[in-house]
Design a protein around this ligand. Structure first.
Ligand SMILES: NC(=O)C1=CN([C@@H]2O[C@H](COP(=O)(O)OP(=O)(O)OC[C@H]3O[C@@H](n4cnc5c(N)ncnc54)[C@H](O)[C@@H]3O)[C@@H](O)[C@H]2O)[C@@H](O)CC1
Ligand SMILES: Nc1ncnc2c1ncn2[C@@H]1O[C@H](COP(=O)(O)OP(=O)(O)O)[C@@H](O)[C@H]1O
Ligand SMILES: [K+]
Length: 517
């Protein structure tokens, strides 16, 4: 799913009105009606007090359309206008007149000094104060109003995005933002729903289709994409009947040190589970017996050293290599890693200590071949890029780094973001059950295994991150968040693949249909 920028959203709205020969007021009516339908479907006329807070821009206009429709359907509505500026938009004014003609209970004007209306914990707040047009931090009174929302503990539904949140930057003061339970966003979600700094402002979101011009939606290139099943299904490569293990590539995993052979076992198992034809692991001697016993499918080459890597040498011709898991940062390991980078021409995924060594020896970054995949967690990323001010600064730095070294950066986290040059791919799968040791090793194994099977490194990264998260989403149903381990993630990769083709559960036949059977 494309995530449009603020500028693109405004452009899409304008173009839609023009191409569909409708006014912006009619488009607003559509938007407000979609929100109404969403609420009406769930509330079915329940008389819970609904407090609709409207700003004076078009977000407020959406709120007024919604309030009018709720009133028409007999809901218990209280409408307020947060009236701190006189720059009212045309469509706000049209809808302000319309609501006044609908009901005697006119919207209550809250000027910037007014007392706040009482809100009960079982009431509902609709936040239509600011949308994507916010251009400065809210004033103190508006901030207190937002805190009043929060203190009420009422369910808060934000329209388009929580007020006080910008579409493209991090707000400075968290009290100046509405903390929503749910956000109904028009046409596509906003990037801020997925970033660690700003995702806390909405617990859940949903995108509502307001009929934006299809050609515009299809043809507009966006900087950000949300990756889910719809995006991954078309890239899936089915297996050929007359294929053999050679068809699916030979994955080589390099890493491990005394006490960290488990990382390599997990990666090795994951590379196999993702479909690589053959897997070889290159590990210190101490790992030979555990690896052969636990992963009988994998071949093993050992370093001359017992406990760490000192001389990476192999005579096989791998299709893809994953390196760094549990590798340690010994000086000898650093030397052999650097030598390996100089001579290697095979597609490469670098994880963990591989990334840490690059961060310590930044000169080595120029040894990376184009489209090398790096899979840092936040601390590893910080070592690589230096400190960032906020998430947008982090992404800017990551894009610059990706362009400079032509590499793919998989920024791991609750919503892993894969960065390649100017593009950002936000993953939609995964859950906090993954916050456990070894899951990163599994991810590296999966991505390496996918490259082995002919997926381009970028596609393999996106697909790998998707499958890894999906596997955890299915496994968590059986193990719960606390007990989920990295081994379970490997075990459920199979389910993640199968889920790509799962049909939605069949609906029971309607009553009259049953009679006809
Ligand atoms: N353009 C369209 O046709 C559509 C727009 N829609 C809605 O329109 C919204 C964008 O509307 P707008 O561009 O009017 O902007 P907003 O409604 O987001 O509000 C910004 C308004 O508040 C003022 N403002 C900004 N920061 C402020 C602050 N800190 N304190 C006080 N006032 C402040 C601005 O001057 C502007 O008038 C979207 O988020 C969406 O909800 C929807 O109705 C769909 C269709
Ligand atoms: N709260 C979370 N929600 C979803 N995914 C998470 C969460 N925490 C961690 N993950 C995922 O788990 C993996 C952890 O990787 P990493 O920190 O490298 O672990 P390790 O080094 O122990 O293997 C990453 O893929 C990350 O995206
Ligand atoms: K809002």
């Amino acid at each position: 799913m494309k995530i449009f920028s603020k500028e693109q959203i405004y452009k899409g709205d304008k173009l839609t009105a023009k191409k569909q020969n409708i006014t912006s007021t009619e488009l607003m009516e559509r938007a407000g009606t979609q929100i109404f339908n969403w609420i009406h479907q769930r509330m079915q006329g329940a008389q819970v007090p609904i407090h609709v807070f409207c700003g004076i821009g078009n977000n407020g206009g959406d709120g007024l359309v919604l309030a009018r429709q709720l009133i028409n359907y007999g809901y218990n509505v209280h409408t307020y206008v947060v009236n701190c500026s006189d720059k009212r938009t045309q469509d706000f004014l049209v809808n302000y007149e319309r609501i006044k003609q609908t009901t005697k209970k006119w919207p209550i004007m809250l000027n910037c000094k007014a007392d706040f209306p009482p809100i009960g914990p079982d009431d509902i707040i609709v936040d239509a104060v600011f949308g994507i047009g916010l251009n400065r931090p809210p004033n103190e009174w508006v901030k207190s109003l937002f805190q009043h929302f929060r203190a009420s503990n009422a369910f808060t539904l934000a329209i388009d995005l929580p007020s006080g949140l910008y579409a493209d930057k991090v707000p400075e003061d968290e009290d100046g933002v509405v903390w929503a339970n749910y956000t109904l966003s028009f046409q596509s979600p906003k990037l801020v729903f997925f970033l660690p700094d700003t995702s806390k402002y909405t617990r859940q979101w949903e995108a509502l289709d307001i009929g934006i011009d299809l050609e515009f939606l299809q043809q507009t290139d966006t900087e950000v994409e949300l990756i889910g099943k719809n995006e991954m299904l078309p890239i899936y490569k089915p297996r050929e009947k007359f294929s053999n293990k050679g068809t699916y590539g030979h994955g080589l995993l390099i890493g491990g040190s005394y006490g960290k052979i488990g990382a390599m076992i997990l990666s090795g198992r994951a590379t196999l589970a993702s479909g690589a034809g053959l897997v070889t692991t290159f590990i210190p001697k101490c790992g030979y017996i555990p690896m052969q016993s636990v992963v009988p499918e994998a071949m093993v080459i050992t370093d001359v050293d017992d406990e760490k890597l000192t001389a990476i040498k192999f005579e096989i011709a791998p299709t893809a290599i994953g390196i760094g898991m549990g590798m340690g940062q010994d000086e000898k390991t650093q030397t052999t890693f650097q030598k390996f980078l100089k001579s290697n021409s095979v597609p490469l995924v670098i994880d963990a200590d591989g990334i840490n060594l690059l961060s310590k020896h930044k000169d080595d970054l120029k040894l990376l071949k184009p489209q090398t995949v790096l899979t840092p967690h936040p601390k590893e990323l910080e070592r690589l890029l230096g400190k960032w001010k906020n998430d947008f600064d982090k992404l800017k730095k990551a894009k610059a780094f990706s362009k400079k070294y032509k590499c793919i950066i998989v920024i791991k986290g609750a919503h892993t973001i894969t960065v390649f040059e100017d593009k950002l791919y936000v993953n939609s799968t995964g859950n906090p059950g993954l916050a456990t040791g070894g899951t990163g090793d599994v991810l590296t194994g999966i991505i390496t295994g996918l490259i082995c099977q002919g997926y381009e490194p970028l596609t393999a990264s996106l697909f790998g991150v998707y499958l890894h998260g999906k596997s955890a989403d299915i496994a968590v149903e059986d193990y719960g968040y606390q007990s989920l381990t990295a081994s379970h993630v490997v075990d459920y990769v199979a389910q993640a693949f199968l889920d790509l083709f799962a049909m939605p559960p069949a609906q029971p036949p309607a009553e009259n249909e049953e009679e006809n059977l």
